[in-house]
Design a protein around this ligand. Structure first.
Ligand code: HEC
Length: 126
């Protein structure tokens, strides 16, 4: 009996450790999504895109002049290559990926600032 309890304890704590490492929740992922708004990168990035006029052309969930941030997030993997690609695109502007409407350049943004914006956008992935 004692052995069984110990085994149970070990298994449970292992499961617990795995769940905790992957994010605040396991399971269907819905509760973890809700937590995204508490992520410091989300808060910092949202503040930056609000202050920098990005929201005149981009909405989080629906296309306007530019693609929605959610569709951008779903198009790219969340990795360093994407941070670099998209932060440079924000700084230099460009067109042709989503259509013929160009995105204006933002040459006064540093790559670090633009990268924070990109990380925020990628958090909106479905
Ligand atoms: C004048 C309108 C406008 C503004 C302001 C604007 N964008 Fe865009 N953005 C666009 C358009 C249009 C596209 C699609 C460009 C394309 O098809 O290559 C785009 C594309 C993007 C993409 C995806 C690029 C790609 O290659 O997939 C990101 C990321 C992005 N914008 C972020 C931002 C951020 C962050 C800001 C604020 C600093 C911003 N945008 C300001 C119009 C705008």
């Amino acid at each position: 009996m004692k052995k069984t309890l110990i085994t149970l304890f070990v298994v449970t704590s292992l499961l617990y450790a795995c769940g905790g490492g992957a994010g605040s929740d396991t399971g269907n992922g819905a509760p973890a999504k809700k937590d995204v708004t508490q992520n410091p990168t989300y808060i910092a990035g949202l503040d930056l895109v609000s202050k920098s006029g990005c929201l005149t052309c981009h909405k989080a969930n629906e296309a306007s002049t530019g693609p929605s941030y959610k569709s951008i997030a779903n198009k790219y993997p969340n990795n360093v290559e994407t941070y670099e690609l998209l932060s440079l695109k924000i700084i230099k502007g460009g067109y042709g990926v989503w259509g013929q409407v160009p995105m204006i350049p933002h040459p006064d943004l540093t790559q670090e600032t633009a990268t924070t914006m990109v990380k925020y956008i990628l958090l909106l992935k479905d």
